[in-house]
Design a protein around this ligand. Structure first.
Ligand SMILES: [Mg+2]
Length: 185
């Protein structure tokens, strides 16, 4: 189960706008490492929509350090990031460690002070968890995406089902423990 746990995000949100920045800050997380395609914008889109841009600005005003980490090529990432004025790493080869370590260096933070937000379990979440980075799975903006990504969506759906099952079991165990404790007293 250890391998599977690397696929289990710390939080699941419907989209980046639903990320609870206050909770992150309260937990000592001051850096956001953000995937681009299908997390911040539709795959291939030149910029995020207005709401997402406002969210990014609010996060920075709140004090968060932000950088982009993408497996897309240099030209795509440079065009996207320069429009936002954010530092970015292209060709990151997530889930490999190298890109994540580079992002941490860029932010000047330890793994425990950063959060990865992305739409793929096998790249964004797995890579982050391997290094002890808090991982938020943001559901993909659209299901229309490149074929190689579409191939990963079925095993991803299975892993998410398992995750839901495990979370449910943990909740029940906690509830039973609570009841048992009350009965003992
Ligand atoms: Mg993505």
């Amino acid at each position: 189960m250890v391998i599977l746990e690397r696929l289990f995000p710390d939080r699941i949100v419907r989209g980046i706008l639903d990320v609870n920045l206050d909770e992150l800050w309260a937990n000592g997380i001051f850096g956001l490492i953000l995937d681009i395609d299908n997390t911040l914008a539709r795959p291939g889109a030149p910029r995020p929509d207005g709401e997402t841009v406002r969210w990014l600005m609010a996060a920075r005003e709140r004090g968060f350090l932000v950088c982009l980490l993408s497996n897309a090529g240099r030209r795509r990432v440079a065009a996207f990031s320069s429009g936002l004025g954010l530092p970015a790493i292209a060709n990151a080869k997530k889930p490999g460690r190298h890109g994540f370590l580079k992002a941490l260096r860029l932010l000047g933070l330890e793994a425990g002070q950063a959060c990865m937000i992305g739409d793929q379990l096998f790249t964004d979440v797995c890579g982050a968890k391997n290094l002890g980075i808090f991982a938020i799975y943001a559901k993909p903006i659209t299901l229309w995406e490149v074929f190689t990504v579409m191939l990963k969506r079925l095993p991803e759906a299975l892993a998410l089902k398992l995750y839901a099952h495990e979370s449910d079991q943990k909740r029940r165990a906690r509830a039973d423990g609570g009841r048992g404790g009350a009965a003992d007293r």
